[in-house]
Design a protein around this ligand. Structure first.
Ligand SMILES: [Zn+2]
Length: 56
């Protein structure tokens, strides 16, 4: 299993084997949203903070 370091708190987070580009994961330590920006090697960046307004 791949692991990535949270850019916010540096905690190691395991990635599912079927992780996909642009998927959002949540840091298990600080709870920040992280977007998968690369798969080889696995890289994440802070996801834009979304207000709870999906405009449906
Ligand atoms: Zn974190």
């Amino acid at each position: 299993m791949s692991q990535i370091s949270c850019p916010e708190c540096a905690a190691e987070n395991g990635l599912n084997a079927d992780i996909e580009m642009n998927e959002i994961i949540v840091c298990q330590d600080c709870g920040v949203d992280l977007e998968i920006i690369s798969l080889d090697p696995p890289t994440v960046d802070l996801a834009p903070i979304e207000e709870e307004d999906w405009g449906e």
